[in-house]
Design a protein around this ligand. Structure first.
Ligand SMILES: O=C[C@H](O)[C@H](O)[C@H](O)COP(=O)(O)O
Length: 288
């Protein structure tokens, strides 16, 4: 992938936790504002809005464009959180099930838990991934917005909690069993927040299993996937999605949404707010 700027997370290493938290928030905001500036054209009318803490800044950046720009736009959420964000910002809420068949969103913005060298993503750290994938795949342009912690050469390097997998609750025990057979190291149903008994329940009434695997390799790494629990992203994704009881997986892989492709899951561009106050942009091959 093509990138600009060269800052690493090391710059953030020697500061207090409070300063680190502030730095991360500043980085997310920088990335969000730059992504909106670059990818939200005033002529666009249908915009996808993802989930998570970074997307909050995307909505802030959009709101700051003012009604002269945004009043002609409709915003398509990926779940309860983004629905509320859109409404609170005074933007027009629409639903992806109202998108006429054969038509697409102009652009969708969303965060990620980890982004690799080929713009494969791990998503679902906040239990949103299924509706996010539908919205991303419905957009001519899918743009990822993140901070420097998410930038990683291979998925599973920084994000150690595992690949989030949305499952039908009654199927969870057998999905856990199949994940172990595939080599996942201690996959677990994600527990609810402290004080809440039972599992996390998604916007779709499902549970999330977090399935740690060894760092995932790129197709171009040339490994034989599946040996000793080491997989390529595409191979593992295709094995996971086939497990009965799995509704959707938090790996966004395969094609980039290059303007005409429908069903693409990978972004055309990923914006990373860096620790030094710059924004690093990684683009899919062929994207200017
Ligand atoms: O489940 C949550 C979504 O996939 C988020 O987009 C992802 O976890 C990134 O969230 P954040 O921007 O809060 O790091």
């Amino acid at each position: 992938m093509a990138t600009s700027s060269t800052t690493t997370p090391a710059a953030a290493a020697a500061i207090s936790p409070d300063e680190q938290a502030r730095l991360v928030e500043t980085s997310k905001r920088l990335a969000a504002f730059q992504a909106v500036k670059d990818y939200l054209l005033p002529t666009y009318t249908r915009i996808g809005i993802g989930s998570g803490s970074t997307v909050v800044y995307v909505v802030e950046a959009i709101r700051e464009l003012g009604p002269a720009v945004t009043s002609k736009m409709a915003f398509y959420p990926t779940g309860a959180q983004s629905e509320e964000l859109i409404e609170t910002a005074g933007l027009t809420l629409q639903s992806i099930n109202k998108l006429p068949p054969g038509q697409m969103l102009d652009v969708a913005f969303d965060g990620a838990d980890e982004v690799d060298d080929e713009l494969n993503l791990i998503k679902g750290g906040g239990a949103c991934l299924w509706q996010e994938k539908i919205v991303a795949a419905s957009a001519r342009l899918f743009v990822c917005v993140a901070d420097f912690r998410k930038l990683s050469p291979r998925l599973g390097t920084n994000w150690k909690k595992g690949i989030p997998i949305e499952v039908l609750p009654m199927a969870a025990p057998r999905v856990l069993h199949e994940l172990k057979l595939l080599g996942s190291m201690n996959p677990l149903v994600r527990p609810g927040l402290p004080g809440k008994a039972g599992a996390v329940v998604t916007d779709n009434g499902m549970w999330i299993i977090d399935a740690p695997f060894k760092p995932l390799q790129l197709n171009s790494d040339g490994i034989v996937s599946g040996v000793n629990g080491v997989y390529t992203v595409d191979d593992l994704a295709e094995r996971l999605i086939k497990i009965p009881g799995v509704a959707e997986i938090g790996l966004f892989y395969g094609d980039h949404g290059l303007q005409i492709a429908s069903g693409a899951q990978k972004p055309v561009a990923a914006y990373f707010g860096m620790a030094d106050g710059t924004v690093q942009v990684a683009k899919a091959p062929g994207v200017e």
